[in-house]
Design a protein around this ligand. Sequence first.
Ligand code: FAQ
Length: 325
Amino acid sequence: MTSQQTTANQEEITAGQERFNELIEADSRVEPTDWMPAAYRKTLTRQISQHAHSEIIGMQPEANWITRAPSLKRKAILMAKVQDEAGHGLYLYSAAETLGTPRDELVQQLLDGRAKYSSIFNYPARTWADIGAIGWLVDGAAICNQVPLCRASYAPYGRAMVRICKEESFHQRQGWEILYELSHGTPAQKQMAQEAINRFYGPALQMFGPPDDDSPNSQQSMEWNIKRFSNDELRQRFVDMIVPQAEALGLTFEDPDLKWNEERGHYDFGELDWEEFKSVIKGNGPCNEQRLQRRNQAHDEGAWVREAAAAFAEKYHHNDTALVA
Ligand code: FAQ
């Protein structure tokens, strides 16, 4: 590269950086064609692809219950929910791709265990009540975390989140309704609902990520208007939301430190098991191995569909060009 070219490149970068700074400062949106800092591109690719992987892996605990859902209606509802999660994964992979890394590469990172996905999906769904707990608590936590992401500075991510959040709201109501029926059913059903809540409370709170003083990405992501609230702020918001909802269900949380703090105007809650969280993220949760194995199997079994789609696209493209010619 000549020194003239280098100077021209630097000028372009400086102008790009200035424009980017203005967009962030004005709380405006960055489009894929805009210049952006390499670190901004990298952290978004990381977060959006992990989010996509979570949606896809998150299908598994629920899909395991489709054949065992207690009625035809519940089966249909659960199937629709699981399909929605697949759709969320697809919107998010599309958003991530606009940052430059091909989808195949992102998917490969998941398949060979290099990429993270949400810790919560490494826990099993043991009973039908767990499907209720996943809908109410896991989708509930997802909504709390994701509504602010509709305003993320990276436009394709924000746009994808709008539709995802609408669908997640249905999911949360679906979970709530399952638990409501069970908690107002026989004593055994109520107990099943209570046990599901006991299992999912801690892991659902951990979905918001590590505490703020142990969250290496938060500060920069907040400065770039990707994240609008810190992990702890959103966790608190979630606890404040679910406590009255649990009361309405007639269920309780197994947390002796959970109580209203008049001074703070929020619920206090107990310290979560962060050692367990770290261990699950490292791959040692109850279902990590099973989840990845199943995803790899599904990917292999879907090879013929990808090949057929590629062959069709090739043929279509060929005919198209032939028509134009
Ligand atoms: N699990 O510095 P921070 C759903 C990692 S979708 C695993 O605080 P950041 C819908 C983090 O990646 C659920 N890893 O990171 C559904 C980072 O590692 P890295 C998924 C976690 O990015 C329902 C390291 O720890 N939602 O539920 C977790 O600023 C039912 C340090 O953390 C999203 O992905 C975790 N829980 O904040 C589907 C939402 N937490 O990458 C099916 C979008 C943290 O440096 C059925 N993502 N880590 O190696 C976010 O909002 C953020 O990425 C956070 C983490 C808040 C998750």
